[in-house]
Write a protein that binds this ligand. Structure first.
Ligand code: MCN
Length: 757
């Protein structure tokens, strides 16, 4: 196996005048030094995104070419320019130092507002004004009309801070081309094996079936490993060309410069209310920083996904959302930690708090007045989606009770007596889990389906293997999917094997992101087990010489109704593979079934979170005192896994709210927060005790499990709840706005500035 080390751009924006590989190529152990020119000469195509939206004027979005190794120009620090392949990793590292790149530096822009300014440096000729798309959704006329009639308008401008991925293990890719060059096996740390197979095959110009993607344990990801990355194509290209297995593993520092990032919205939003505080209309205008290149789903997140949730849990009559996707000299952004949903929740909840303050209505009361009641379900939002079920008022009342919202005033007074600022924060959210109905996605520009496939194979000895197109990277799928099979087929958990992450073993798949595994993958699995039972009934009928319609199945036994005759699934399985006397025209041997499930709608998880904290006014330090999360994720399959998922999501949300700050130098585009010394991820002792409850009274009505996704719930509600609490605590000192992350320094400065005015 050969080792690949990438030479990455040290400039955020520059023409590549010359990439001189001669000295590197002559270094000890070097097998090849490959560049964008080599890939171009071999006809390697561009990396295409899987979602291309249409602008509001009907034009397609700008889709500038992106290549795995840069051609002619680099557009962000860290963009791969050359690949050094050597016998050992150390040799590749040494030789990479010898690649001489003659850069012609160009002016840089890192901020989306600056990138839209008339004289801004232009990243792509095919994207005039650095605009990828201008997009809108909703009823503009009705919204403007409602604003004109409103008794009060609350306005806000906010930034949703950019986040950097921090999985336990960095990304990695290893490509092995067989001697006949007929099959390429790509071991890759990805959440979307089938999409990677398709996209790599397209660039190489080879049949999809000639590429096998294997992605077993990938070391976590939370979304950012759910995209196609240049390194996957680079090792595939190198392995085919050099006829050697080629491996690349990111160093931790490289992760900061090569992994997609998340968020980075600048949003202006306004909420129109009547004199009683009823929400009449919402107008949201967002500039979404897409980075230097379009990532796989990069265009969809701030448009289709984000906008779909801007009704939230509230009954707002008219909504109009505008979004401009902007290119800048930064790492590409794409789905990460909730993607689109935390941003929508943050806009709505900040507005709700602001409106409550301006109207002098209690924050909980204002929300209560506007929550969609359970009786209104199914509820068609004015922005598109129809919520099938949910009891938002009940969930909200429960979190207020758990957090003792009514008793807060006394606690605040006691803290004030001791010189501390105490606040309580609230946030309600709706999440479009179960991403995504293919119908919805393709109508809005997706170039892929979003169904899921499951294959269930009952072995001759009665054990079960299940192959799914979802991908486990910390969510406990092997446990929960086995539970589904066990509860349906009556097979012991230790006789069930769940296989994911191998395109040659799994019939097809979309992968795991958007909290889709249980709602979509689990539903496909449920359907496959139902087919197994149907087939089993026919075999059992044959064995017991009865009619299939007379066979009932329960807990592993097939019984002839009204008799004591029965056979176990084990015997049915054995007979399936030893098909003595089978009526072969009507009954096929074997016991394995495939099912595909494409959801008719999203599964709308929802919840309400509350957070209580104290701030030391002398230091700006926050002490989180309590966090309460009540989530409706429909039917819960495994409470312990769900609780872990919610805790993990909350940690991620807390990270965004309080610690994580991705900073680029506006002068030169260098990433200043490019290590964990500078980029603060949350630590265990940052987290308060979490009280988490799931309300199972509203199972999803349109999938067979009744389940809604849970993996991103915590990360959606937490930033809004924490910022709400901090602003509540700071209210007595006159601070009315603050930007994430809420570091002690920021809070201290805000207090000082408020005191000075
Ligand atoms: N579950 C359940 N009952 C429900 C809902 C879910 O028992 N009503 C279980 C599921 O069976 C599954 C787990 O909870 O075992 C999460 O299921 P689901 O909400 O469907 O979410 P996904 O598996 O699709 O993952 C969602 C989300 C995403 S998109 C990423 S990426 C992610 C994640 O959650 N990355 C993670 N959780 C992570 N957890 C860890 N430790 N590491 C990551 O990288």
């Amino acid at each position: 196996m050969a080792h690949c080390v990438l030479v990455r751009s040290t400039h955020a924006h520059a023409d590549l005048h010359r990439v001189d590989t001669a000295r590197a190529a002559a270094a000890p152990g070097v097998i090849a030094v490959l560049t964008g020119a080599d890939m171009a000469a071999d006809g390697i195509g561009p990396m295409r995104p899987l979602w291309a939206i249409r602008c509001s004027d009907g034009q397609p979005m700008a889709e500038p070419g992106r290549f795995a190794l840069a051609r002619a120009r680099v557009r962000h620090v860290g963009e791969a320019v050359a690949a050094v392949v050597a016998d050992t990793y150390a040799q590749a590292v040494d030789a990479a130092e010898l690649v001489a790149i003659d850069y012609g530096p160009l002016p840089v822009v890192i901020d989306s507002r600056a990138a839209l300014a008339p004289q801004a440096p232009l990243l792509h000729d095919s994207a005039p004004g650095n605009i990828c798309f201008r997009w809108s959704r909703g009823d503009e006329v009705a919204t403007r009309h409602a604003f004109a009639e409103a008794a009060h308008v609350a306005r806000i401008e906010l930034v949703n801070n950019r986040l950097i991925g921090a999985a336990l293990e960095p990304r990695a890719a290893l490509a092995v081309a067989d001697a006949a060059d007929e099959k390429l096996t790509l071991h890759v740390a990805t959440q979307i094996p089938h999409h990677v197979r398709r996209l790599v095959a397209e660039q190489l110009g080879v049949p999809e079936a000639s590429v096998r993607v294997i992605a077993p344990d990938v070391g976590g990801g939370f979304g950012y490993k759910g995209k196609h990355y240049p390194e996957e194509t680079i090792v595939a290209f190198a392995a085919r060309r050099l006829r050697r297995p080629v491996k690349w593993v990111a160093t931790r520092s490289e992760c900061f410069l090569a992994d997609n990032q998340g968020r980075d919205h600048i949003t202006r939003a306004e909420l129109a209310l009547d004199a009683d505080g009823q929400f009449l209309a919402l107008h949201v205008d967002t500039m979404a920083n897409l980075g230097a290149h379009l990532s796989t789903f990069g265009a969809a997140i701030p448009s289709a996904i984000y906008s779909a949730l801007l009704a939230g849990v509230y009954r707002t009559t008219a909504i109009f959302v505008e979004c401009t996707g902007v290119f800048t000299n930064t790492l590409p952004t794409d789905a990460y930690r909730g993607a689109g949903r935390p941003e929508a929740c943050y806009v709505l909840e900040r507005l709700a708090d602001q409106a409550a303050r301006e109207l002098n209505i209690d924050r909980a009361e204002l929300r209560r007045r506007n929550l969609v009641p359970a009786a209104a379900m199914p509820y068609k939002t004015p922005i598109g989606p129809t919520y099938d079920c949910g009891d938002f008022p009940k969930i909200f009342a429960r979190v207020l009770h758990l957090a003792d919202y009514a008793g807060f005033a006394a606690r605040r007074a006691a803290a004030a007596g001791a010189g501390r600022l105490r606040g309580i924060g609230l946030a309600c959210y709706v999440e479009s889990s179960g991403v995504a109905p293919s119908r919805f996605a393709t109508a809005l520009g997706a170039r892929a389906g979003f169904f899921e496939a499951a294959h269930v194979r009952v072995q001759p000895d009665g054990g079960v293997q299940a192959m799914l197109g979802t991908h486990n990277h910390g969510q406990g799928h092997a446990t929960t999917f086995a539970q589904i099979i066990s509860s349906r087929l009556g097979v012991r958990l230790d006789r069930i094997e769940v296989i994911e992450g191998d395109t040659d073993q799994v019939p097809f798949g979309t992968g795991t992101f958007g909290s889709r595994s249980i709602a979509v993958g689990g539903s496909a699995l449920e359907r496959a087990t139902a087919k197994i039972i149907d087939k089993g009934k026919r075999i059992a009928a044959h064995l017991m010489e009865a009619a299939a319609s007379d066979i009932a199945f329960d807990q592993g036994w097939f019984a002839v109704a009204g008799t004591d005759r029965r056979v176990h699934l084990r015997e049915v399985a054995r007979a399936a593979y030893v098909p003595a006397n089978f009526p072969l025209e009507t009954l096929e041997p074997g016991l394995q079934e495939t099912a595909v499930y494409d959801p008719p709608a999203f599964a709308f998880s929802n919840g309400a979170h509350a957070c209580e904290l104290e701030i030391d006014p002398d230091t700006g330090g926050i002490r989180l005192l309590g966090y309460w999360a009540v989530d409706d994720i429909g039917t819960v399959i495994n409470p312990m896994i769900v609780e872990g998922q919610i805790h993990g999501g909350l940690a991620q949300g807390l990270g965004q709210a309080m610690r994580e700050h991705c900073v680029y130098d506006p002068a030169n585009g260098q990433l200043l927060s490019a290590s964990f010394l500078d980029y603060g991820i949350p630590r265990a002792d940052d987290l308060p005790d979490i009280v988490s409850e799931c309300d199972e009274s509203q199972p999803c009505t349109h999938n067979p499990l009744g389940a809604k996704g849970c993996g991103e719930a915590g990360t959606i509600g937490a930033p809004a709840a924490i910022v709400s609490a901090v602003l509540d605590a700071l209210r007595p000192v006159g601070v009315t706005d603050i930007a994430m992350p809420l570091t002690a320094e920021r809070i201290w400065r805000a207090i000082r500035a408020a005191k000075a005015t």
